[in-house]
Design a protein. Structure first.
Length: 245
């Protein structure tokens, strides 16, 4: 499984734990609010909102929470004003990191993120220092047990508009152009293919393989970043060894 898919699967499994449910609900609600504020409450013409609602559904976010988040975005309920930021930097072993942020206090968040990078053996960089290594893509991960017929799944995905299909370990990876994400997702849903990951992601052009202590430090840095309240997504070009999964 490619580096980012491994990390996405780790987050998917971790997200099922009760200890992190509240934090996930808060982050996704914030994402919905910002999406509505920027593009309105109709997901048909608002891709950012559509993806946030899909994420809410995948994480079983209660409908009341979703509705409150939408109302805050429309201004019908009081809420903080968030801005979107992306921080870039390097982790242990020189691996590249992109960190998507939603914050109501840019200075506080910048100090926190800089501290986390430094604490875990990384360095926060300048804007643009690693973004060129990533491309925005749609990403689907399907467990092999959810689609035992590999050839049929590959044909289904490619005919729906997928760019690439890979078999990695015990999963299938499907990547799409962002504008084709919807139609591939619809094709999978129509054929009752369950996905463990379905998101618009920043995928690296190449990956850095880390081993031993460097891999452990990098995972601790990514987990610390993910755990920060203002961090929405963490992307890296690292490939973790299978025994760390």
């Amino acid at each position: 499984m490619s580096g980012h898919s491994k990390w996405a699967n780790i987050k998917h499994r971790k997200g099922k734990m009760d200890a992190v449910r509240g934090k996930i609900t808060t982050k996704i609600s914030r994402e919905i609010t910002v999406a509505v504020r920027l593009g309105g409450s109709d997901p048909t013409g608002n891709m950012k909102l559509k993806l946030a609602l899909a994420k809410a559904k995948a994480n079983n976010i209660p409908k009341d929470n979703i509705q409150r988040a939408v109302q805050k975005g429309l201004g019908a309920l009081e809420g903080s004003s968030y801005e979107e930021l992306t921080y870039e930097g390097y982790g242990p072993g020189g691996a590249a990191l992109l960190v998507d942020i939603l914050t109501d206090n840019r200075n506080r968040t910048a100090a926190d993120i800089r501290h986390l990078f430094s604490k875990h053996g990384g360095n926060l960089g300048e804007s643009g220092c690693v973004a060129w290594m990533f491309k925005r893509k749609g990403l689907f991960v399907v467990e092999q047990e959810a689609a035992p017929d590999e050839e049929a799944l590959m044909l289904l995905a490619l005919e729906a508009g997928a760019e690439d299909f890979k078999t990695e370990d015990d999963v299938f990876e499907i990547t799409t152009a962002p504008e084709d994400f919807d139609q591939v997702q619809e094709a999978l849903e129509k054929n009752n293919i369950e996905t463990s990951v379905a998101q618009i992601s920043m995928l690296p052009d190449t990956t850095v393989e880390l081993q031993g202590d460097e891999a452990a430090k990098m995972m601790r840095l990514m987990e610390a970043l993910e755990d920060h309240d203002d961090v929405q997504e963490v992307y890296a070009n690292v490939d973790f060894p299978d025994d760390m999964m």
